[in-house]
Write a protein of this length. Structure first.
Length: 432
């Protein structure tokens, strides 16, 4: 599309700034500028100055100085400055798109950044999105290879408020009843009740006192997954890694990976927890014990007096280090997902099982549903964001299994494998 501009004699940046101030004061506070699809009359400049200007091509300004002289010096300076600023903004937008495409090119698929164009290529928003997009592809590929039967669908969507997501769900595979890995980019305004669900610290997390009913403009990006295998000896696994920013300048990271077996295999738990201990120890030796204890507290079903599963790591409101260090930690945790989980699946996915063992798995799935719908902050946050247009119900409820069971007053038989794992649910243990 050709842009119509006025051309005039060059001027210094200092004079341009001064002229802009004078012009602003002399025209009721309005700076004269020219949108790309406007004619010269939009800003009341002499039509004789109009010429066609194609960005990124050289233009011959010879012979126009005498025409430019017909315009007042202040107006000519403002025109030139406005032209340069608009061209510079266009170049920045094109550079942002190019750099974002290059950064996400390694994902190797049809991914297009869901961040807004004004988000700089090197912003934490785009860089965290890049980490999530790459991890989504790698994890989905590893799970498809393991399952050998079903593949993940790809469900892209956008939001009117900005952002969007990529839903990836696999159903009725050889190994998995259901597995989902969802990427989400959200721009919006959080009601205070949603903010209370988004972070453990609640409404004071924004760093300023909010008036009653005041909403908080925010950005969030995250990758979330739940995988429900068919075999009762294969545990369910969940992870979520996220990044939040508010317009008040506050930022934080959150996330974690946890495992929910129906039957206890101590070697499997040592492997899973050991993988995440090694991951945390690369950054800080105190993080694994702290995050493991946090997971045991967070995934507690209060009305049952037991945990949802056998934990892992969990952290929130995390900004004690530099943003770079937090980004690196989240990336390393995402890379550890398949290392921690796939060996456990490979060991157990072909084991034979009885209908009674399948029924027990379904009872434990019922506990999973109870926790997610009653206590899980991510689910609560998503549901509270629905009225704002920033929530999406299919993504919010993706974590739920396709089948579950409730049985009145069920108690496992004393001394049974089911009773053994119940002890671990009721009293969390150290695995490494």
């Amino acid at each position: 599309k050709r842009l119509h501009w006025c051309v005039t004699q060059p001027t210094s940046a200092r004079h341009g700034a001064e002229s802009h101030r004078e012009l602003r004061e002399g025209h009721g506070g309005k700076l004269l500028g020219l949108p790309g699809n406007a004619s010269c009359t939009a800003w009341k400049a002499p039509a004789a100055l109009a010429t066609d200007f194609v960005p990124e091509q050289e233009t011959d300004f010879a012979g126009v100085t005498s025409v430019a002289a017909a315009v007042s010096p202040l107006r000519a300076v403002a025109i030139a400055a406005g032209t340069a600023a608009a061209a510079s903004a266009a170049r920045r937008r094109r550079a942002t798109r190019r750099q974002a495409r290059r950064a996400l090119g390694k994902v190797g698929l049809r991914y297009k950044s869901l961040c807004k164009e004004e988000d700089a290529p090197d912003s934490m928003r785009r860089r965290f999105e890049e980490v999530c997009a790459e991890a989504q592809e790698q994890i989905c590929k590893a799970i498809e290879d393991l399952d050998g039967g079903a593949t993940f669908c790809r469900d892209p969507y956008t939001r009117e408020t900005g952002g969007g997501g990529i839903g990836r769900v696999l159903t009725d595979g050889n190994v998995f009843e259901k597995a989902g890995v969802n990427l989400s980019v959200v721009y919006g305004e959080m009601p205070q009740e949603a903010l209370a669900a988004a972070t453990e610290r609640g409404v004071d997390r924004v760093g300023t006192k909010l008036a009653p009913g005041e909403k908080v403009p925010f950005f969030a990006c995250g990758l979330s997954s739940v995988m429900h295998p068919k075999n009762p000896f294969c545990p369910t696994m969940h992870f979520n890694y996220r990044y939040f920013e508010t317009e008040t300048g506050v930022w934080w990271f959150g996330g974690g990976t946890d495992i929910t077996p129906s039957y206890l295999d101590e070697d499997d738990m040592k492997h899973f927890h050991g993988t995440y201990k090694e991951t945390c120890d690369q950054f800080n030796a105190e993080w694994y014990p702290n995050f493991k204890a946090w997971a045991d507290r967070y995934f507690y079903i209060k009305h049952r007096g037991e945990t949802r599963g056998l934990g892992g790591i969990f952290f929130d409101d995390f900004n004690s280090e530099s943003p770079e260090e937090h980004l690196k930690f989240s990336k390393t945790c995402l890379e550890a997902v398949t290392k921690a989980y796939i060996p456990v699946l490979e060991k157990n996915m072909n084991k034979e099982f009885t209908q009674e063992q399948k029924d027990w798995q379904q009872l434990r799935r019922g506990r999973y549903v109870e926790f997610n719908l009653v206590y899980d902050r991510g689910t609560i946050f998503g549901l509270k964001m629905l009225p704002t247009g920033a929530g999406r119900i299919e993504s919010i409820l993706m974590s739920l299994p396709e089948t579950a069971r409730w049985q009145y007053c069920h108690e496992p038989e004393e001394g049974s494998p089911e009773a053994k794992i119940m002890e671990a649910y009721k009293k969390p243990r150290e695995w490494v």
